[in-house]
Ligand binder design. Structure first.
Ligand SMILES: O=C(CO)[C@@H](O)[C@H](O)[C@H](O)[C@H](O)COP(=O)(O)O
Ligand SMILES: [Zn+2]
Length: 190
């Protein structure tokens, strides 16, 4: 079997098991909508491919997703290279998100942390601070949810041990979250 067909088969197997996440995805989206409705923001963070997912999803909010509509307050914490290099260089890489959460986060915000292992230290520290600050935490996770699971108000765990397949599910879940937020805010038809 070609690698493409093998990956596709594995992808289908994982996606066939995502129905079970429908309720938690809807609940997490409701929390993000409540933050935006109250004038708060939704922050995203992640590493590597999940950094790309984080900035992709933040841009769905500030830019547009399904239809033309007012901009929404989305912010990716992994896109500011000056903040990442300053904090990483002067403190540690584990602090790159937590310092931004402490500086930019406000009670009532949401923080979406994307980690396939659920164990990235910088996401974990950001969630610890978010919890202290009254910021709702939404974990896009994989495997067994790792240490971030326990710090997630909404732990969305993709049932797979394969990083790439988990990432593929995360972007489906993230797009759904953006679509539900638009519906719940009455910006597009349900
Ligand atoms: O995109 C990929 C693999 O598909 C990689 O860049 C991957 O995101 C990186 O290894 C990350 O550092 C993994 O972190 P995490 O998902 O365990 O939090
Ligand atoms: Zn990747």
């Amino acid at each position: 079997m070609s690698l493409f067909l093998a990956n596709l088969a594995e992808h289908r197997e994982v996606f066939a098991r995502l129905d079970a996440l429908s309720t938690i995805v809807a609940e997490a989206s409701g929390a993000a909508t409540a933050s935006l409705r109250a004038g708060n923001k939704v922050m995203f963070c992640g590493n590597g491919g999940s950094a790309a997912d984080s900035q992709h999803l933040a841009a769905e909010l500030t830019g547009r997703f399904i239809k033309d509509r007012p901009p929404l307050a989305g912010l990716a914490l992994n896109t500011d290279s000056s903040a990442l290099t300053c904090i990483g260089n002067d403190y540690s890489f584990a602090d790159v998100f937590v310092r931004q959460v402490r500086g930019l986060g406000r009670t009532g915000d949401c923080l979406v942390g994307i980690s396939t292992s659920g164990n990235s230290a910088n996401v974990l520290r950001a969630f610890e601070a978010a919890r202290e600050m009254g910021i709702t935490t939404i974990g896009f996770l994989g495997r067994d949810g790792g240490q971030i699971k326990a710090l997630s108000d909404y732990a969305i765990i993709v049932p797979s041990d394969v990083t790439a397949r988990i990432q593929e599910a995360h972007i489906l879940i993230g797009h759904t979250l953006c679509g539900l937020v638009e519906q719940q805010l009455g910006l597009v038809e349900a």
